[in-house]
Design a protein around this ligand. Structure first.
Ligand code: R5P
Length: 294
């Protein structure tokens, strides 16, 4: 395995540190200075020939994305640059839902390539369509790590629940690993207002069972709150929410708890109070296989 320069981006310093430890290297610091107008300046000393930049793009997404681009641009200069972006913002805008809308993730892919990124490693990207915009990308599934965590929870006849059809496969996969059942709720979103609605009739009896809501991300918390309300109307036991990316904007966590959700469990793709499932083993493995075959 060639020597990897593990660059700790300002958005993901803790995660980078953990990945570096697993690779047996010392993380290279990306020194950040933010000017009064909000511009970021990055300084990286002696980046090396194989640079893996670790930087999630949670809020503020544009700033974190720009910092990733600046780091890649600095490292590029003939080097093999891999961008580890566990939470990849803009992936939800993978198509024009309404006429005239920009397919944002297509531009993000182009910008990263233009800055010198040869390969992207991400975690639970929103969709296959979002992924199709990248030349070279690996999508790590956090499902085995979340399922392992769930296997240690004391649950009553647990059932995995996807809030919508888009996440059905993820919840099924999660359920398969735990050898439990899964169901998919019928969620619809008003594409103009963003309002979410979920059909109350489930068609299966879930009364008295504990539920684990499984989603790729929790942002405003709207999807989880509505899902929990529907499950409770159907007599569910305890409800837990698991996701890869806990953005939890504003008071999302409080709203989720107020809706009767016992706990939120997420990976450390986005740093925060609920981000207790460590992705570093999977990321270190992905980097080892990329650089050993590069
Ligand atoms: C949507 O399709 C995603 O999979 C998530 O369900 C959604 O983006 C979560 O956002 P929020 O927490 O704002 O409902």
């Amino acid at each position: 395995l060639p020597e990897i320069s593990l660059i700790a981006g300002p958005a993901s310093a803790d995660l980078a540190e953990k990945v570096a430890k697993r690779l047996g290297v010392r993380p290279v610091n990306a020194e950040l200075r933010v000017f009064s107008d909000g511009e970021s300046k990055i300084k990286i000393e002696k980046p090396g020939r194989n640079c893996a930049i670790v930087q999630s793009t949670h809020p503020p997404p544009d700033t974190h994305l720009m910092q990733a681009l600046l780091m890649a641009h600095k490292c590029a200069d003939g080097a093999n640059v891999c961008a580890v972006i566990p939470y990849l913002s803009y992936a939800r805008q993978d198509r024009a839902f309404l006429e005239g809308e920009v397919v944002s993730i297509a531009l993000v892919a182009k910008l990263l390539a233009a800055a010198g990124v040869r390969h992207v490693v991400t975690v639970d990207i929103h969709s296959k369509l979002a992924m199709s915009h990248f030349g070279s990308i690996e999508n790590i599934s956090s499902t085995p790590l979340l399922a392992e965590y769930a296997s240690k929870m004391k649950l009553k006849r647990p059932i995995a629940v996807s809030p919508d059809a888009g996440g059905a496969e993820r919840a099924k996969d999660f359920a398969r690993q735990l050898k439990i059942d899964s169901i998919t709720l019928k969620k619809s979103r008003d594409r103009t207002t963003g309002e979410v609605a979920i059909e109350e009739k489930l068609g299966v009896d879930v009364s008295g069972r504990d539920a684990i809501l499984v989603d790729d991300m929790i942002s405003s918390g709207g999807s989880i709150v509505k899902s929990a309300q529907v499950l409770r109307k159907n007599g569910i036991g305890k409800v837990y929410a698991m996701c890869a990316h806990a953005l939890l904007i504003g008071d999302a966590a409080q709203k989720i708890k107020a809706a009767g959700v016992q706990d939120i469990i997420a990976t450390n793709s986005v740093p925060g109070e609920y981000s207790n499932v460590d992705l570093s083993p999977a990321i270190a493995q992905a980097l080892k296989s990329y650089y050993s075959s590069a």
